[in-house]
Design a protein around this ligand. Structure first.
Ligand code: TRP
Length: 373
């Protein structure tokens, strides 16, 4: 039977079966034993407790090294193709928790080159979006003394020698097999995965010894990092470890928030009014009439409003369970839940927008190798 979903670094469609995806990619579940181990370093993040970050590669050796005093470096990134939305913030919020919990340095790569190659955008578009997206990243509170932002087109002199060494180890047939490229693919796209691999090796290159790296990100990025991990030993670098999250859902009930449906997407720069309107139109698990819902109850499992609480906005497990129970019993109706979520998002965005403004003062100081925006 053909699968009715697709997950690649450039396209996510359909109803994603995350267990099947994990199996196909060959990643490992974040199971109770790993959760227990992670809880020794600090209170578990709700995204781990709830299985939003649900899959990994090589977390055990990374933690073993950490316990022996070997610090890892965090690495994640963003392809700047448009305004930042809540779906982008989700893995970054998790990265911030890792930085705080383990006290580690962080690299954030902005791939303006990638979005130029894969989308109908100019380099001017993608580099100005990079600046805007960087403000959102910084607004989450990453430690400016421990965090560096790479912008590919600006830092290419530093990235290129390593990208070359990587590219010599990746054949066209690997790129075709991993990414589904064909003869009509532009040749920049074929080379691109080398650039996404480079930051995984920068810490080792800079230290002149093997430094472990942890990359928490969406599971859609795994194809790149399979390539990265394959070439690592041949270049004398350790394979990076990974923690993968599910895609942040869309407000219309779809599996991934995407800028292609603006009404189902909440941007970090949205006004309270826009948020209210978008949440007001969200897909829920409610019934067609109030009477029916009071009698039969709703279904939080399919409800976008509930999912937003689950993924991001309700950290308290008890409060979340109560929400689900009351919904199933018909005690709360969709209108109330929508109002409540609108309020939570707007409170968050008010603070975020404020911090985003302040980020303009520090963004210049957080660039890798001191490039100018
Ligand atoms: N390819 C990613 C995107 O499209 C950007 C990216 C670069 C990235 N390096 C990364 C994402 C490391 C996660 C981890 O958004």
């Amino acid at each position: 039977m053909p699968e009715d979903f697709k997950v690649t670094p450039w396209e996510v469609t359909g109803d994603i079966d995350y267990d099947l995806l994990q199996e196909k990619f060959g990643t490992t579940p974040i199971d109770d034993a790993l959760k227990e181990r992670l809880s020794r370093y600090g209170e578990l993040h709700p995204m781990i407790r709830r299985g939003v970050f649900y899959s990994h590669r090589d977390m055990v050796p990374l933690l073993d090294m950490y316990d022996k005093g070997e610090r890892f470096v965090l690495y994640t990134g963003r392809g700047p193709s448009g305004n930042t939305h809540l779906g982008h913030l989700m893995p970054w919020i998790f990265n911030k928790w890792v930085q705080d919990t383990f006290g580690v340095d962080m690299l954030f790569q902005m791939t303006d080159d990638e979005k130029f190659l894969f989308k109908d955008l100019t380099l001017g578009d993608t580099s100005s979006m990079a600046y805007e997206n960087a403000l959102d990243f910084i607004a989450l509170g990453f430690d400016p003394a421990k965090t560096r932002i790479i912008l590919n087109t600006k830092n290419i002199d530093k990235l290129y020698p390593m990208a070359l060494r990587i590219s010599k180890k990746v054949t066209f047939s690997t790129a075709k097999a991993v990414f589904g490229f064909d003869n009509s693919t532009n040749i920049g796209s074929i080379f691109y995965t080398t650039l996404q691999s480079v930051p995984a090796f920068i810490p080792s290159e800079e230290a002149g010894k093997q430094v472990p790296v942890l990359i928490p990100c969406g599971i859609d990025q795994d194809p790149h990092f399979r390539v990265t991990r394959d070439v690592a030993p041949g270049l004398g670098y350790p394979k990076p470890s990974l923690m993968y999250c599910k895609m942040f859902p869309a407000l219309n009930g779809g599996d991934k928030m995407s800028s292609s449906d603006e009404n189902a997407t909440i941007y970090t720069t949205d006004t309270p009014k826009a948020v209210k309107k978008k949440v007001g139109r969200a897909f829920t698990g409610g019934c067609v009439s109030v009477e029916e819902q009071r009698e039969k109850g709703g279904n939080p499992e399919v409800c976008a409003v509930f999912k937003y609480n689950y993924y991001l906005f309700e950290h308290d497990d008890e409060a979340l369970n109560e929400m689900a129970t009351k919904c199933r019993n018909g005690e709360i109706l969709c209108g109330e839940c929508k109002m409540c979520l609108t309020e939570k998002i707007n409170v968050f965005l008010e603070g975020h927008q404020d911090r985003r403004e302040k980020a303009k003062d520090v963004v210049a100081g957080m660039t890798y190798d001191g490039f100018e925006w």
